[in-house]
Design a protein around this ligand. Sequence first.
Ligand SMILES: Cc1ncc(COP(=O)(O)O)c(C=O)c1O
Length: 390
Amino acid sequence: MQYTERVKRLESEGAFVVLAKAKAMEREGKSIIHLQIGEPDFDTPANITEAAIKAMRDGHTHYAPSGGIPEARKVCAEYLNRTRNINIGAEHTIIMPGAKPFLFCSLIGLINEGDEVIVPNPGYPTYRSIVRFVGATPVPVQLKEENDFRFSIDEFRSLITPKTKMVILNSPGNPTGGVLTWEDLEQIYFEAKRHDLWILSDEIYSRLVYEGEFRSIAMIPGAMDRSIIMDGMSKTYAMTGWRLGFAAMPKELAGYFFTLAINNFSSTCTFSQYAMIEALTGPQDDVNKMVAEFTRRRKVIVDGLNGIEGIECQNPQGAFYVFPNISGTGLKSQEFADMMLDQGGVACLSGTAFGEYGEGYARFSYANSIENIEEALKRIKNVLAGVPKT
Ligand SMILES: Cc1ncc(COP(=O)(O)O)c(C=O)c1O
């Protein structure tokens, strides 16, 4: 079978690869603790599920307008206005099946072959995969541990060339949990404006911030003219399977996204969108409970990892991942991750699944119970006890 060169440039996602391996091991009777997963382990809040059931019963089981049902787009605009302190109308928003399709559409629509796109590294692998898919070059900007997993603005500036067309931001970030400061955002915007760059800001973890307040680049006056602000329901509302994402962008661009949607998937699931309206406008108690529980788990996993010889773990400021430095174990990242799964039954990801600057690190998700996290910590310690000291 012959695939196109374009498709061959697409990469897989480490989390899905490890999940498949871990599931196969479970089928063989092995006990696995899943810390590779990027999804909340909580149920979708009941009021949201009920709203979807009601929508189905009311007959909302047909195609929806391609950019999203008008009421849902209005609710998304109001939510973004509330949470980013901006003032946009529904015509600036588009709803798609997850946040991910916005990455595809933005890059297909705005990036030409030969262009360069600055991407965080270690960062969400889909960014560089899709940049390559469209024939452009992903230019990694390093997120440094000593800089709380933010990139240095000087380095960012030095990477901009006449070919640079876009910078992708992800704050709070996957896999590090790092959060960009207000000063970072101001300087990034300053450079983006000066060099006429698009800003694609992936804010899927916007509600999972544990220290200080969430800040979006959209909050900077003028930034919305050159930004696509992506968010979605997967992480905040434990709705990964519902496939719901939304984004704000300049009005003309929204029109183009509408056409892409028509040509690609026609429309986002109609009753899911009714559930989204309930999620964004209804009570937020369940979200607050989930954030409180993630905060507790974060402490357990950070303290536990720091108690293991060879591992040093920073306190991540957001998302639900820790990205410990494992270089003190003497193992390479991939070796570490394989050993944890094969010998300890702990599924985690090698830092290198997120780019070359992830060497020396591993990613653990704490979207799992405290009990399981504690058991995983014991197993990690046991596996490492068997590794000869170098
Ligand atoms: C940084 C980042 N962006 C986007 C996504 C995709 O989210 P969605 O489920 O809304 O497509 C993920 C999921 O893991 C993510 O970590």
